[in-house]
Design a protein around this ligand. Structure first.
Ligand SMILES: NC(=O)c1ccc[n+]([C@@H]2O[C@H](COP(=O)([O-])OP(=O)(O)OC[C@H]3O[C@@H](n4cnc5c(N)ncnc54)[C@H](OP(=O)(O)O)[C@@H]3O)[C@@H](O)[C@H]2O)c1
Length: 265
């Protein structure tokens, strides 16, 4: 194995000049969330892993703590739609980690309606988890980062939020709302030294894509996690993962409506 690859997998040690960063990942036990939890732990973070799936969280925590040889991640069972419990959960995490530097909101759900189906209950769920849960967590942490004049908020949106397509109006709307919310948050917080990163994945091979037939340019969750970390390190504002989606979405965003509404994707 070349040296550069070896170094990528080696856990980053904490030193007096480079203390451990403390992060929260909401939606940690899913495909991309779990890969990012592993990645950030290796990069030297202490982490609060938050998800509603306690069993999967426990397995993930054990796996990471064992591979690190020390207790680097803790689990917090929490349903992202339980908005009222966010401030208390956040307080508990801050006390346990001794502070917080980064929030990643990656929780998400999707339902795939047929082209002639309209399910308000499913659209409602997608907006609740994909958008309102993110707003609940981000509006709890934003004032803390603002007054500390540091910190990073990462929101995992989707290329699906770039345009309203025939395939999934509810999912598109939830991600468009999240993308817009993150941009507004960035415009508020950049002047206070806080970075807000919007991640727009294309297809990533996780449970979310189960049953989806065509997944062009799909990448592994581990690759997605590496690209997210790269964006975090560089304090980027918006990243498409993989990069090819930046070009694809540039074209899609510019298709005139008169043509776009005749397309079936
Ligand atoms: N995979 C893709 O191709 C793709 C493309 C674009 C954007 N994205 C976005 O990327 C993010 C990660 O998705 P993924 O592909 O890793 O999918 P995933 O494997 O289904 O992971 C989603 C995670 O969100 C959690 N979650 C769902 N509802 C929750 C709730 N009410 N409270 C707390 N956690 C909840 C899930 O927990 P449970 O396991 O308990 O359900 C799971 O851990 C999502 O926001 C998704 O919309 C994915």
């Amino acid at each position: 194995m070349p040296d550069s690859n070896k170094n990528q997998n080696k856990p980053v040690p904490a030193t007096p000049l480079t203390p451990r960063q403390r992060g929260i990942i909401v939606g940690a036990s899913g495909g991309m969330g779990a890969a990012l939890s592993h990645k950030l732990a290796r990069e030297g973070f202490s982490l609060a892993l938050v998800d509603c799936n306690k069993k999967a969280l426990q397995l993930l925590c054990n796996e990471i703590n064992q591979s690190m040889g020390e207790k680097r991640v803790r689990l917090y069972e929490h349903d992202a739609t339980d908005y009222d419990s966010v401030p208390d959960t956040l307080r508990r995490i801050i006390a346990d980690l001794g502070g917080v530097d980064t929030l990643v909101y990656i929780a998400g759900v999707i339902h795939f309606p047929a082209l002639d189906e309209y399910y308000f209950s499913q659209d409602h769920k997608m907006v609740e988890v994909n958008l309102l849960g993110a707003m609940a967590w981000m509006s709890a942490i934003a004032p803390l980062f603002q007054s500390a004049k540091s910190g990073q908020i990462v929101g995992v949106s989707s290329v699906a939020g770039d345009r309203g397509r025939v395939g999934n109006p509810g999912y598109n709307a939830s991600k468009a709302g999240l993308t817009n919310y993150l941009e507004a948050l960035r415009n508020r917080l950049t002047r206070h030294g806080v970075n807000v990163l919007t991640v727009k994945p294309g297809f990533v091979k996780t449970d979310m894509l189960m049953g989806v037939e065509k997944t062009p340019f799909a990448i592994e969750p581990e690759r997605a996690a590496n690209l997210i970390w790269d964006g975090m390190k560089k304090r980027k504002q918006v990243i498409y993962i993989a990069g090819i989606w930046k070009l694809i979405m540039l074209v899609i965003r510019h298709i005139p409506s008169v043509i776009f509404r005749r397309l079936n994707f």
